[in-house]
Design a protein around this ligand. Sequence first.
Ligand code: SF4
Ligand code: SF4
Length: 101
Amino acid sequence: MIRVDRKLLEEVASDEAFNAQACFNCGTCTALCPMGLEWLPRELFRYVLLGAAEKVSALTEAVFSCLLCRMCEAQCPRGVRITHNIRTLRGYLVKNEYRIR
Ligand code: SF4
Ligand code: SF4
């Protein structure tokens, strides 16, 4: 069962540049990632849009492993601001996973 976390949904809703909803799960980003971050960002974005905070937390290591190199973003056919979205999620995880303000 997935527990929906309102804090996660509010965090991304308050960020006007966060556009994970544009992702249509094509997999181009996964194929290009030099870090081999399988399913990041597309799996991550699905969980975020569902408010599935526990699933997002389980991907914390991958979120912080991302180099923010933008190789995926440059080829994304939907113009998803992948690195911006990942930065937003890092902020959320730092505040909510590590309780750092
Ligand atoms: S390349 Fe863009 S649209 Fe395709 S899965 Fe990745 S983020 Fe989604
Ligand atoms: S920005 Fe992150 S997810 Fe995208 S290709 Fe670079 S390391 Fe991979």
